[in-house]
Design a protein around this ligand. Structure first.
Ligand code: IDP
Ligand code: MG
Length: 158
C-alpha cells in the first residue's frame, strides 16, 4: 500500500521573508498537490538551530548561516503526500541556488548558496526527526483533501 501520509519539513528562510516570497513558495507546494498539515512562524533559538544544522555545525560558514537564519522569524511547514520527501527536494532544487535547475524554487527565485529561500528535509529518516523537532503532534492536522481524487490515481491513494 502506498503511503500518502509521508511527511516532510520545509522552512521558508529569512531571505524569502524579506523578499516577499512566502506566498509564491507556499503556492508552489499547493499547486503540486501536496497537503499542508502544519504551519507556523517562529524564531529559531540557538539550541534548535544547532540541532537542525548539526551536520554543518563545524563548517566555517556556520556562524554566518546561524546569524542569517536568526535575522527574521522563519515559516515552518509540514507537507504531506506520496513520496513527499523526494518530491519536495526536487521542487526546491540544489543548495547552490544560482546553479539550481530552472523551474525549481531555488532555480527560479534565488542566487546564493546560503540565502537559498527554503530548507527541505533530505531523507525520510531526517524528515521524521525534523518534523518532530519543529512541531508538537497536536500542531499537526489530519483532514481529507477533496482534490486527492484528482491528484492521485486510486491505487496510489492507498
Ligand atoms: P540543503 O539545504 O540543500 O539540504 P545543506 O548541505 O544541508 O543543504 O546545508 C544547509 C544550508 O546551509 C544550506 O541550505 C545553505 O543555506 C547553507 N550552506 C550550505 N553550504 C554552504 C556554504 O558552502 N556556504 C554558505 N552556506 C552554506
Ligand atoms: Mg540539508
Amino acid at each position: 500500500m502506498s503511503d500518502v501520509k509521508e511527511r516532510t519539513l520545509v522552512l521558508i528562510k529569512p531571505d524569502a521573508i524579506q523578499r516577499g516570497l512566502m506566498g509564491e513558495i507556499i503556492s508552489r507546494f499547493e499547486k503540486k498537490g501536496l497537503k499542508l498539515v502544519g504551519c507556523k512562524m517562529m524564531e529559531l533559538e540557538e539550541a534548535l538551530l544547532r540541532e537542525h544544522y548539526a551536520h554543518i555545525a563545524d563548517k566555517p560558514f556556520f556562524g554566518g548561516l546561524a546569524k542569517f537564519m536568526q535575522s527574521t522569524p522563519v515559516v515552518a511547514m509540514c507537507w504531506e503526500g506520496l513520496e513527499v520527501v523526494n518530491a519536495v527536494r526536487l521542487l526546491c532544487g540544489i543548495t547552490k541556488a544560482r546553479e539550481a535547475e530552472a523551474g525549481s524554487i531555488r532555480g527560479d527565485l534565488a542566487m546564493s548558496v546560503a540565502c537559498n529561500v527554503v530548507h527541505a528535509s533530505d531523507s525520510i529518516e531526517n524528515a521524521e526527526a525534523e518534523v518532530s523537532r519543529f512541531f508538537k503532534e497536536d500542531d499537526l492536522h489530519s483532514y481529507d483533501k477533496s482534490e486527492y481524487m484528482h491528484v492521485y490515481a486510486e491505487d496510489e491513494r492507498g
